[in-house]
Write a protein that binds this ligand. Structure first.
Ligand code: FAD
Length: 437
């Protein structure tokens, strides 16, 4: 068996693994990144007929306060951003539409709240932003609201926000402390949503550039099948033919993969429960159109149908050929619908009707559709009694964990970036090894 030694070996080349490898390489560590398939993991960009389909909207939430921005600045990543126009994000209210209030500007514009209710809601926003409103891990947001004397309109607004941002039609499943910590971040931001010009592939290429420029190694099609450990430390990870040893190991692979690898290690039983946790599944239906259909909004959400449409090419100029348009409909799948093909078909129909309503004439302009029926949006869903995996267990001192299944900040890729950042800082702090520190 061939053997190599590094300062840090990173297993998994999704956004979490890539950002950790780039961060550590940039700080002078000798790194190897091992990915079983292609780099990017679930953050994929696929080009078809001149349209760029991202596996997901590559929307970054609260960019100004995000860990991705910290990483971008620290590593000098070259990314061009296009920020969401807030007043173009609307609720479908049947006959009418209204602005979704995600900060004070949106609050003043929304028709969902009137008169005193605007002040009442603003009061809740202020309380949340200042950190006085914390919620309770044992109460869902629905239960939390029910226990308080909140006016029906404010109550409905909070429940709308919960379902809009947590990819769940069920406010009973969203822990209230998670709800408030999420909104504390969102209400403070000046940039609620941004898109990366060129999609995920641009970010992946940038991470690759930093790793390579700093002497790091990237090995694709390299599946780790075995790890060796002693009582306190991981000593090596292995493919069939190669052994990689290091001072530190970062596992940026999902819980079911971790469980397989960590059998007969001191943390085997600690990992078990995370494999049982449910992911968040959604359904995507993207349509590439030959000719742009103008609209007053670039994001429209229908809470009754649990569907929203984003005009991706409005923000990402590279997503469609000149004059064309790329729209994306996302629908929430309830747990009982996940493996139900009938429910998937119904969802597609609902999405097509929603396109008909808001982008009339899209069928005539259709150049290419692309549906994705059951992708894992977030590997561990924010739900009552489901919490993220710790980024470290004291029993195995040099093993670290990162990914959107880990404890961190925000949702989706921000969980990958924040856990990656935390892990990188911990490794660098160990010997005071931060460059320039
Ligand atoms: C349809 C869709 C839409 C999305 N939209 C958004 C969005 O708009 N905004 C946003 O912020 N996020 C979005 N996300 C979420 C975002 O894509 C994920 O949070 C992020 O990509 C997760 O990255 P990760 O590195 O944590 O995990 P992953 O991408 O799952 O990476 C894990 C990697 O580990 C590799 N691996 C596994 N086992 C092994 C092994 N044994 N050896 C070597 N390698 C291994 C896998 O091949 C994979 O590449 C979306 C996701 C989906 C699916």
């Amino acid at each position: 068996m061939r053997k190599s030694r590094y300062d840090a070996v990173i297993v998994g080349g999704g956004l979490a693994g890539l950002s950790t490898a780039a961060y550590l390489a940039h700080q002078g560590k000798k790194v190897a990144l091992l990915e079983r398939g292609k780099l990017g993991g679930r953050a994929m960009t696929i080009q078809l007929k001149g349209y760029q389909f991202n596996f997901g909207a590559h929307a970054i939430y609260a960019r100004d306060t995000s860990y991705l921005t910290k990483i971008e600045n620290d590593l000098g990543l070259r990314i061009q951003w296009e920020d969401f126009t807030q007043l173009k994000a609307k609720y479908d209210m049947g006959e009418d539409t209204s602005v979704i209030p995600s900060n004070i500007g949106g609050l003043l514009q929304t028709k969902l709240l009137k008169g005193m209710d605007k002040f009442r809601f603003a009061y809740h926003m202020l309380f949340t932003t200042l950190g006085f409103e914390k919620g309770d891990p044992n109460l869902s947001i629905q239960e939390w609201i029910d226990l308080r004397k909140i006016s029906p309109a404010v109550k409905e607004m909070m429940l709308n926000l919960a379902t809009t941002n947590f990819f769940s039609g069920d406010p009973d499943s969203i822990p209230s402390d998670v709800f408030f910590s999420y909104y504390r971040r969102l209400f403070k931001t000046n940039i609620p949503v941004s898109f990366i010009q060129g999609g995920w592939k641009v970010l992946i290429e940038e991470f690759k550039r930093v790793i390579k420029q700093n002497g790091g190694e990237i090995h694709e099609k390299t599946k780790i099948t075995h790890i060796n450990s002693n009582q306190d430390f991981v000593t090596e990870v292995q493919t069939k033919r190669h052994s990689y040893s290091a001072e530190d190991f970062i596992f940026a692979i999902p819980p079911e993969e971790l469980q397989k690898l960590f059998q007969e290690t001191p943390i085997q039983s600690d990992l078990e429960r995370y494999t049982d946790y449910e992911p968040t599944y959604v359904m995507f239906y993207d349509v590439g159109l030959k000719k742009r259909i103008e609209s007053d909004y670039t994001y429209i959400f229908d809470k009754d149908r649990q569907i929203f449409i984003t005009d991706i090419s409005y923000y990402d100029m590279e997503a469609a050929p000149p004059g064309g348009q790329l729209l994306q409909a996302v629908g929430y799948l309830n747990q009982h619908e996940i493996n139900d093909t009938g429910a998937h078909e119904e969802m597609i129909q609902r999405m097509e009707q929603f396109y008909d309503k808001h982008f009339e004439g899209w069928r005539k302009q259709l150049a290419i559709p692309r549906a994705s029926k059951k992708p894992v949006l977030q590997a561990i869903r924010w739900a009552m009694n489901q919490r993220g995996l710790p980024t470290h267990f004291s029993k195995l001192q040099n093993a670290h964990f990162a990914g959107d299944w880990c404890q961190g900040v925000g949702q989706l890729s921000e969980l990958s970036f924040s856990s990656a950042y935390q892990v990188s800082q911990r490794i660098l702090a160990k010997k005071g090894a931060i460059k320039g520190a």
